[in-house]
Design a protein around this ligand. Structure first.
Ligand code: GAP
Length: 448
């Protein structure tokens, strides 16, 4: 059972192993902005791909979309973001630190004890100007959610895809929020990536579809390795529902700072399509030719954050154990999420071993994300791969030169099997698809 971990250990592992770095670090960093390193970019891509596969590719009732970050300002007036996408802000009259009013107890600054101002509503959207001459340029916003790009394209997608309802439109992309109190590593940042599905349904079937998507999304995290006991569902109270929502469930994860939202699944009703129809003057309705009826669809919206999911997967996978008197830190990442699938490790940097090891690497890297590492001792190289969650290491030793066999070592059990080089690709493919790592007693040895 993996150990409970505090956030500092995750931040430190991410820095040490090239997963996530503070943004603009050589200039002292930029608050709440983070850069994904060589391992992080692979992990993040795998999370996105797993979502896209489950939501778009494995279904025939969902299509994808990729809309622009800057949109007509009318979109945000219609959606209610200009008026309602606000948090209550208080400022310390002494040190001028700003706080979310609902995150502070009493009327004193948590940092210096100074008096706080009365709360005022602070809009979380970032503004910029579009056009070459600033005075004449129009104000535009960086989108705070990808959802609106989907709503304003509803008619385009319905008329071009020729699909019937229920129909989902999915999008992954950057969103921006000028959060008053970002923090907890990549949990809450001002620039992040959304994975959003707007699932359009016939009114009256919306409650059933909300239940369906809550279950689907919960199960997705479990299928990708998050332990069930670290996930829970929480229905929003009537007083906390967003301005557009009729009902909403949060999937919460037990982060080191406590139970917090991982994903929200909302019933947005017909709020968005009605608003955009009213403000744009374009009719946004669905015509069901078979039933001969017209209606404005309701929308069920599972909305997740890529970065927050990456964080949950990292925390849940983190483990420390003792192997023969030495501490081993490892990530039990699901093999589909692991940044590197296979590491090729020649026993030593030797002129005879290198060509064979390179040959193995060149074959594997066309099928799997493969790492080649011949620096330092084999033990240290195993530890490095364990820390980024590489499921399989392939070792090439001096016997390999004679018998053309190599050793595969499995990350979690540390079991090893010796296999013919010719069959290596096929064997790894099966193991990466989930075949048990069945180390035969003849070959299996615990790593020494
Ligand atoms: N379109 C609905 C919507 O955006 P949300 O609950 O505000 O709903 C959905 O956001 C998900 O996006 C959250 O559950 C979280 O995973 C992610 N998210 C929201 N704000 C974030 C932030 N500032 N930093 C990182 N992730 C964020």
């Amino acid at each position: 059972m993996p150990a409970k971990v505090d956030m500092d250990k995750i931040v430190s592992l991410c820095k040490r192993r090239g997963l996530i770095f503070p943004s603009s670090e050589i200039y002292g960093g930029l608050a709440s902005c983070w850069d994904y390193g060589p391992m992080g970019v692979e992990l993040k891509r795998n999370v996105r791909d797993a979502w896209w596969k489950a939501i778009v590719h494995e279904r025939d009732d969902v299509v994808g979309l990729d809309t622009s970050i800057m949109m007509h300002p009318g979109v945000w007036a219609a959606s209610g973001h200009i008026d309602s996408f606000t948090d209550p802000l208080v400022e310390c009259k002494s040190c001028h630190l700003r706080w979310r009013a609902d995150a502070v107890e009493g009327k004193r600054c948590p940092k210096c004890g100074g008096e706080l101002t009365e709360p005022r509503m602070f809009n979380l959207m970032f503004k910029t100007s579009m056009g070459p001459v600033e005075e004449e340029a129009s104000t535009v916003y960086l989108r705070p959610e990808t959802a609106q790009g989907i709503f304003v394209n509803f008619d385009n997608v319905i008329t071009t895809s020729r699909k019937k309802l229920p129909l989902g439109i999915a999008q992954i992309g950057k969103s921006f929020r000028n959060e008053i109190t970002p923090g907890n590593f990549v949990f809450r940042t001002r620039e992040f990536e959304h994975m959003e599905l707007e699932y359009f349904v016939k009114p009256g079937t919306d409650e059933k579809w909300l239940d369906y998507w809550v279950k689907e999304r919960f199960d997705w995290y479990v299928r990708l390795g998050i332990r069930k006991e670290n996930l829970r569902l929480r229905q929003h109270g009537k007083d906390e529902l967003a301005h557009y929502a009729r009902d909403c469930y949060d999937i919460e994860y037990l982060f080191p700072m406590g139970w917090s939202e991982l994903e929200g699944i909302a019933n947005r009703g017909d709020f968005d399509l009605i608003q955009h129809a009213k403000c744009s003057g374009r009719e946004l309705i669905y015509y069901d030719a078979e039933a001969g009826e017209k209606y404005i669809p309701y929308v069920i919206e599972p909305s997740a954050g890529v970065d927050r999911s990456v964080l949950a997967f990292l925390i849940d996978a983190y483990d420390e154990e003792e192997v023969e008197g030495e501490k081993r830190t490892l990530l039990h990442l699901h093999r589909g999420l692991a940044p590197v699938k296979v590491a090729v490790l020649p026993l030593s940097r030797n002129e005879k071993l290198t060509p064979l090891a390179k040959e193995v690497f060149n074959k594997l890297c066309t099928n799997f994300v493969t790492d080649y590492d011949d620096s330092q001792s084999i033990g240290r190289r195993y530890r490095r791969q364990d820390e980024i969650g590489t499921p399989f290491c392939v070792t090439i030793d001096f016997e390999s030169l004679e018998d053309k066999q190599v050793t595969i070592r499995e990350r979690d059990s540390l079991a090893q099997i010796r296999v013919p080089m010719e069959e290596l690709g096929k064997i790894l493919e099966a193991k990466l698809e989930g075949e048990a790592f069945d180390a035969s007693p003849l070959w299996a040895t615990r790593e020494k």
